[in-house]
Design a protein around this ligand. Structure first.
Ligand SMILES: Cc1ncc(COP(=O)(O)OP(=O)(O)O)c(N)n1
Ligand SMILES: Cc1nc(C(=O)O)sc1CCOP(=O)(O)O
Ligand SMILES: [Mg+2]
Length: 211
C-alpha cells in the first residue's frame, strides 16, 4: 500500500469527453495547465481498444512523469503498466485487486455510503473518491450527492486522501478544498473546454489558493 498521495488535480479522461479533440493532446494540454495525475476511463471500449489507448497515452505521460490510473479494468491496468486503478462498488473490490495485482502503486475506491469508510476495502485503498460531491451529467448512475457538508463529515472520519469528484470546476474548487478534499477530479470542465490548458490552470490556481 502507498500512503503517499501528493496529487492535487486529477484528470479523468475519455475520448467521448474530449468533444472531437485528440485525447492525447487534451491530456498534454491539461498537464501543462497543472493536472498531475490522469485516469483513463473508457466505459464502452473493448479491452483491446482500451489497452491501445492506454499504451498510447502512457507515451505522453512518461514524458511528464505523470501517473496513469486505469478505470475498472485490472487486465488493462496490468498490461499497460499503469501506476494504479480506480474501482467502485460495481467493480472488483480493492482487496481482490491487491491479491491479483501486488505491484499496484495506487488504488482508488469510490465512497457512496458512509458505512464503506469502516471496511477492509477502504483500509487497503490508497485514496477515496467521494462520489459524487455534486450531481453531474457526465455520470448519471450515482447514489446521492455528498455536498460540502458530506465531504466535511467524511474528512472528520478518515485520514485517507480524499479525491472530490462530480461537477468540479474553477468556481467551486476553492470551497471544495476548504471542505476537506486533498485533490479534485475533473472530466468536463477540462476535457470539454476550448482551451484545456487554461481551464486546468484556473482550477489549479484556485486549489493552490486554498492550501
Ligand atoms: C477519482 C474517481 N472517483 C470516483 C470514480 C467513480 O468510480 P465508479 O464508482 O467505479 O464509477 P465509474 O467511473 O466506473 O463509472 C472515478 N472513476 N474516479
Ligand atoms: C467519473 C465520475 N465519477 C463520479 C462519481 O460520482 O463517482 S462523477 C464522475 C464524472 C465527473 O465528471 P464531471 O467532472 O464532468 O462532472
Ligand atoms: Mg468503476
Amino acid at each position: 500500500m502507498n500512503n503517499v498521495f501528493p496529487y492535487r488535480l486529477y484528470l479523468v479522461i475519455s475520448e467521448d469527453a474530449c468533444n472531437g479533440q485528440p485525447l492525447n493532446k487534451v491530456a498534454e494540454m491539461a498537464i501543462l495547465g497543472g493536472v498531475d495525475i490522469i485516469q483513463l476511463r473508457e466505459k464502452f471500449d473493448t479491452s483491446e481498444v482500451f489497452l491501445k489507448k492506454a499504451m498510447s497515452l502512457q507515451e505522453v505521460l512518461y514524458k511528464y512523469n505523470v501517473p496513469l490510473i486505469i478505470n475498472d479494468n485490472l487486465d488493462v491496468a496490468r498490461r499497460s503498466k499503469a501506476y494504479g486503478i480506480h474501482v467502485g462498488n460495481s467493480d472488483l473490490p480493492p482487496t481482490v485487486i491487491r491479491e491479483g495485482w501486488p505491484e499496484c502503486q495506487c488504488l482508488g475506491y469510490s465512497i457512496e455510503y458512509l458505512k464503506q469508510l469502516i471496511s477492509k476495502e477502504t483500509l487497503v485503498s490508497d485514496y477515496l473518491g467521494i462520489s459524487p460531491i455534486f450531481d453531474t451529467l457526465t455520470k448519471r448512475d450515482t447514489v446521492t450527492q455528498w455536498g460540502l457538508a458530506g465531504l466535511r463529515q467524511i474528512r472528520g472520519i478518515t485520514d485517507k486522501p480524499l479525491v472530490a469528484i462530480g461537477n468540479m470546476n474553477a468556481q467551486n474548487a476553492y470551497d471544495v478544498m476548504k471542505a476537506g478534499a486533498d485533490c479534485l477530479a475533473v472530466v468536463s470542465a477540462i476535457c470539454g473546454a476550448a482551451d484545456p490548458e487554461k481551464a486546468a490552470g484556473e482550477i489549479r490556481g484556485n486549489i493552490e489558493r486554498a492550501l
